[in-house]
Design a protein around this ligand. Structure first.
Ligand code: FEO
Length: 392
């Protein structure tokens, strides 16, 4: 348990060991499920709970603080890493009411089987008084579920945005002390779950602009006592700006595709285009997601397997399609032995990308001079396109 301000505590749990979220997202640095306790002069509010695996940590922290009564349990977001201990906390604090919005209430009931009678629903902008402290609720939908809201603690100028601005990072330090580490973790988190909702997040950034925020206290990772750092980072990620960069995920079975990837990487580097190359057999998929946040171009490189793309490339394409990056251009390079529809297969997997597809380069067997020349031309075309949009 850690203290943010007088009578404002972080009472959640650090999960040093967790390495996978949603059985999908790698967590190289663990994570935390932050829950906050606010002791007003008249009422006590708990903001969110924790993942169900850490319920005892939350209860221990509440007991250590001598909390014998909770009036309000504010549920910002129904996902179980924050609401998973709600039923147990409601059992322990029989008079507590769950304060949330109607959408989140419905999801809490569906996902957690919470009794209807325990809820108070609040409209966007509504305030509740804890005595000497006031909480204002601000709907921030689609960060990354439709029901999410934040709370603003007026007197202490603390904004509690739940997942928004968060980072999967286990840290003993309550506040951000190494901005570069947190930047990477927060960008990873944005890339993996927020990026598909870029437009909604842009609106939410605008919506919180009028708030005077001294501290942003998210539900994962360290708390920002210099919030400009993360607000500026988000503003950059959700902007329409892209970088002079090519993301190049690949797999090679018998070195044909590898030779093409190596030649193509050199060709891009010769033209001063940054390359993020990922061998998918050893790639942390989170690193690939981070690279998609602001790259102008993605080029998928695959051999042909059983007439289609290599399944690892198909996975990368499906993931990229789901994350909907702001990438402007795409192409495909790779090889085949005797036939197949690898290019068509990959194109069919990325319908969500609003990209201009540049002429693919495909080799029959090991690439010869003609294919290497075609890769040089593809690099020329990418440079030309990057110039056209003003990033070179
Ligand atoms: Fe951290 Fe969307 O839950």
């Amino acid at each position: 348990m850690r203290q943010l301000r007088p009578n404002v505590y972080e009472v959640g749990a650090i999960d040093w060991d967790r390495r996978l979220f949603d059985e999908l997202i790698p967590l190289p640095d663990g994570t935390s499920y932050n829950a906050y306790l606010i002791k007003g002069s008249q009422k006590v509010a708990l903001l969110d709970t924790v993942d169900p695996t850490k319920t005892t940590v939350l209860i221990d922290n509440l007991l250590k603080l001598g909390v014998d009564k909770i009036d309000y349990i504010v549920t910002h977001h129904a996902e179980q890493d924050h609401s998973g201990a709600l039923a147990d906390i409601l059992l322990l604090y029989q008079d507590a009411k769950v304060v949330t919005n109607p959408k989140c209430k419905a999801m809490d009931i569906d996902l957690l089987n919470i009794d209807q009678d325990r809820f108070i629903t609040v409209e966007d902008g509504r305030k509740i008084s804890l005595g000497d402290k006031t909480l204002q609720f601000i709907y921030i939908p689609w960060v990354h579920w439709p029901e999410t809201m934040g709370s603003y603690l007026q007197e202490d100028r603390i904004f509690f945005p739940c997942d928004f601005f968060g980072s999967h990072m286990a840290s003993s330090s309550l506040f951000v002390r190494d901005e570069s580490m947190v930047y990477e973790a927060a960008k990873r988190y944005y890339a993996e779950i927020m990026m598909p909702f870029r437009a909604a997040i842009k609106n939410n950034l605008k919506k919180i602009e009028p708030l005077e925020i001294d501290v942003i206290a998210p539900s994962h990772g360290p708390v920002y006592d210099k919030p400009k750092f993360i607000i500026d980072a988000y503003a950059d990620w959700v902007s329409d700006n892209v970088k002079n960069e090519v993301v190049l995920p690949y797999v090679s079975m018998h070195d044909s595709t590898r030779k093409m990837v190596e030649h193509f990487t050199d060709a891009l580097m010769d033209r001063k285009i940054n390359v993020k190359q990922f061998n998918l057999t050893v790639t942390d998929i989170g690193k690939l997601a981070i690279s998609l946040v602001d790259a102008a171009t993605i080029v998928l490189a695959s051999p042909t397997v059983l007439s289609g793309a290599h399944p690892q490339l198909a996975y990368a394409a499906i993931l990229t399609n789901a994350l909907r990056p702001k990438t402007k251009f795409a192409s495909i390079i790779g090889s085949y032995g005797w036939g197949g529809k690898m290019v068509e297969h990959l194109i069919s997997l990325i319908p969500n990308l609003k990209v201009e597809v540049l002429e693919p380069v495909i080799a029959k067997g090991y690439p010869g001079d003609d294919e290497l020349e075609a890769l040089e031309k593809l690099a020329d075309k990418i440079l030309e396109k990057h110039k056209e949009i003003g990033i070179v």
